[in-house]
Design a protein around this ligand. Structure first.
Ligand code: GLN
Length: 550
């Protein structure tokens, strides 16, 4: 066979899988990517997943959860798309800034380089300058020999104006990379027309046509469907879309996202990928014992608890994605179904809180920003503290617990966080010194992993089973150390502190006065995975189970 005269690409031992989507958004590209990655990982391959998002924000850090769901934070302090949370929860390996790239970041890099004079004399254009930068970033994680396979999920839908440069970059890469080193998986929808009583393939055909118009031929089609795809329909899709019949993969609606890897195994998605990429050295069958064990526990709970999630974005399930998933992990470990009852903090008052929390076995007060709903959260914490209902506060949830204790136990009238009341006489939560001169909004919070020392014998230390931990942060305000002695004297202890700065990271009440009252300034939900449910969630669910039993 003659040598291909492709331009040289950076030396890379990794293989690249590109995942695009068509017909509609919300087909679950992130879950399919994570499931495929899980299957390959379970065969011994080293896999990572990255997400390319078409919007102009440099990162989702400045987006309201209503726009884009939860903002996920990595160890290295990147504010990222929530799909990275799925990647970590499925693969149990950390992601980083490099795993999430937006159009805004691409343009930012290119424009900065233009100002530095990197393109002197040249017109800077989408092709090749923007597409070159996209390609550079697409290949980045494949360098250095850390991964055998890099899966790249392209956000948005085929046909969207804003995803065109990404699709063009993939087209170029497919031509530049050696023939067996890349493949394209396209996710589509087979709508079911109840009146006709059948699945329809036309939107899939059109979406593949759009993809081909952009120069990309998919190798594998993953068809999202509510009903099983009949064999003759698979044949039709294969024929009209130019793929092999065994590369038409059925993706039925799943009872839980954690079933999807096993469904993809049954459809042999991993087999197809391995053959197509000529991947060698992997196990003949994926080792999914731990995964199946988790699923078994998840699907066969012996107990059930109801936990209230008090927050201000509760009507949007994606806003607290990682918290909800952490409950799934911790629940499964305890063989307990955790029913999450969402409670809008705006609506809570000291008068209606008892009624609103009737029947709940525990209360989690969610992270958040701004004044709205803050007083409702105070009412919730006072109620659970005084009535011995297990409590877990996360980030703003911890700050609420501190303000509530200051007001109602320390007797510091009008104590507050300066985020809510800059003129409060008792700023028990105040802006960090390092934050005071910051005017830029994007990427300037205290972000990413920080070390934390736990007090020996504390509930936190018992839960973690160690005294040195690292957790991820995303906040500007903190416990005001000037009040620490007063809190400790009144029974609320700082059981976790930052070893360098002394910042309070965890507060708790002792077992003698409350069955479970623990809150952290960090986000434990960002580190809970199927294989490693977070210890604070595990203990909190256990406390809820005990409360249920009375
Ligand atoms: N608004 C608070 C702060 O910035 C809490 C942030 C959060 O809950 N993530 O400190």
């Amino acid at each position: 066979m003659p040598e291909r005269s492709n331009p040289p690409t950076p030396a890379s031992a990794a293989k690249f899988i590109f995942v695009t989507g068509g017909v509609t958004s919300s087909l679950g590209k992130g879950i399919i990517s994570a499931s495929l990655a899980k299957l390959l990982q379970a065969r011994g391959f080293r896999v990572t997943i990255q997400k390319f998002d078409p919007y102009i924000n440099i990162d989702p850090g400045t987006l309201n959860p209503y726009e884009h769901g939860e903002c996920y934070v990595t160890d290295d302090g990147a504010e990222t798309d929530l799909d990275l949370g799925h990647y970590e929860r499925f693969l149990n390996t950390p992601t980083s800034q490099a795993n999430n790239v937006t159009t805004g970041r691409i343009y930012d890099t290119v424009i900065r380089r233009e100002r530095e004079g990197a393109f002197l004399g040249k017109t800077v254009q989408v092709v090749p300058h923007i597409t070159d930068e996209i390609k550079r970033r697409m290949l980045l994680l494949g360098e250095g020999g850390e991964f055998d396979v890099v899966i790249t999920e392209i956000g948005g839908c085929i046909g969207d104006i804003e995803s065109l440069p990404f699709v063009e970059a993939v087209r170029q890469l497919r031509w530049e990379l050696p023939p067996n080193d890349s493949l394209v998986i396209h996710l589509t929808l087979l709508p079911y027309l109840a009146a006709a009583g059948e699945l329809k393939t036309k939107p899939t055909q059109h979406s593949v046509r759009d993809l081909r118009e952009a120069g990309l031929q998919p190798d594998i089609l993953v068809c999202r469907t509510e009903h099983s795809i009949p064999p003759e329909m698979r044949r039709k899709i294969a024929l009209f879309c130019n793929v092999k019949i065994n590369s038409v993969i059925e993706s039925l609606d799943a009872d839980t996202i954690y079933s999807v890897p096993l469904m993809m195994l049954k459809e042999q998605l991993d087999e197809r990928v391995i053959k197509r990429l000529k991947l060698t050295g992997g196990a003949l069958q994926p080792d999914l014992e731990a995964w199946k064990d988790f699923l078994g526990r998840l699907k066969n709970p012996t107990e059930e608890v109801t936990i209230a999630l008090v927050g201000k974005y509760v009507e949007l399930p994606d806003a607290y994605k990682s918290i909800n998933e952490s409950f799934v992990h911790a629940g499964a470990l305890n063989e307990c179904r955790v029913k999450v009852r969402s409670i809008q903090s705006d609506h809570l008052t000291p008068e209606n809180v008892a009624e609103s929390l009737r029947g709940v076995d525990a209360v989690l007060v969610a992270p958040g920003f701004g004044e709205r709903g803050f007083e409702g959260k105070i009412a919730a914490v006072q109620y659970v503290r005084e009535n011995g209902i297990p409590f877990f506060g996360i980030c703003l949830g911890m700050q609420v617990a501190v303000v509530e204790y200051a007001r109602n136990v320390l007797g510091l009238t009008n104590a507050n966080s300066t985020e809510m009341d800059p003129l409060t006489p008792h700023p028990v939560i105040a802006m960090m010194e390092s934050q005071k001169d910051i005017t830029q909004k994007g990427g300037t919070m205290r972000l990413g992993a920080y070390a934390c020392d736990l007090r020996r014998g504390s509930r936190a230390a018992k839960a973690y089973g160690k005294t040195h931990i690292s957790e991820r942060h995303r906040h500007r305000f903190e416990f005001n150390g000037e009040y620490l002695a007063q809190f400790e004297a009144a029974g609320m202890s700082a059981s976790g502190t930052n070893p360098e700065t002394g910042l309070v990271e965890i507060i708790e009440l002792p077992q003698a006065v409350h069955p479970w009252f623990v809150a952290g300034q960090f986000h434990p939900e960002l580190k809970s995975t199927v294989e490693n449910p977070h210890p604070l969630f595990v203990r909190f669910v256990r406390a809820a189970m005990q409360h249920r039993k009375g």
